[in-house]
Design a protein around this ligand. Sequence first.
Ligand code: PSU
Ligand code: MN
Length: 318
Amino acid sequence: MSTPGSAVDFEFGAMGFSTKNAYFRFGPHVKEARARRQPIVALETVVVAFGLPRPANLQVAHEMEETIRAEGVVPATIGLLDGQIVVGLTPAELERFAGDEGVRKVSRRDLPIALARRQIGATTVATTVWAAARAGIRVVATGGIGGVHRGAPFDVSNDLPTLATEPVLVVCAGPKAILDLRATREWLETHGIPILGWGMETMPAFYSASSGLPVDARVDSAEEAAAIARVHWTLGGKGILVTVPPPADFALPRERLETILEEAMAEAERAGVQGWALTPFLLARVAERTGGESVALNRALLIENARIAARIARALEA
Ligand code: PSU
Ligand code: MN
């Protein structure tokens, strides 16, 4: 076994990734889970650093971990610290992502830069999925995934191509509502990424229960989702999505949201906000304009998604 902070000295699951990778470090709880072959769910840190206002961000991060533990599954929140990808941040480490330390949003193109410069790096869904795959973790829980943005100039989140290459199941509330959902759905189809609907025939739209776009199959249990994922991976398939509608008590009406989003997008354009900064900007605007309702919703769906991800991770082990 490696000592904390040293290079990883064991095999990365069955993913064919090399051993002794100095850029990975596993948290003590994750090492223990691996030794005991307990199911693990990976979590991202961009939502903590950029997706939610303080202090809700840290509370939600802890609540997601607790929810996963309550299902008998081990959470592995991923982030970059001191030149390493930490799989399974400790509570004290996680706190640094929620504060004011100049955290960098790390998508995959940022990974070598943030590691070489030993920056504190919050991982997007893309980076989290990529790291989880290297660590032999098959399930990731998040809020909304990135996708194809609306209008020009063309902006496609790295979340999509990473789902096309890594065999990981992502539990989410669909692509973020700020995106072009139709184009995102088509992209997923082109790249062979199945979309399962949790108790739904249609894909949710993050803030609302339905985008009106069909899913590829409805599933009503963790076992059903796990069974499909298992076949997908046995056949060499890669990413797979389980889309969960946001808890009904919190969902926002789609028309009201569209107005807010259109205003926010126009504002972003006037202010020249683009690239990595666009998503955090739009989410913050929506939170302001909904008087925090979107934050309550985001929290509720993140916790719900963590719970479902844990159940699927357990079903995959069975
Ligand atoms: N969904 C949320 N809040 C977030 C994100 C998604 O509810 O903060 C983050 C995820 O980390 C996702 C990222 O991977 O936004 C996508 O950013 P971009 O569009 O720049 O790729
Ligand atoms: Mn982008």
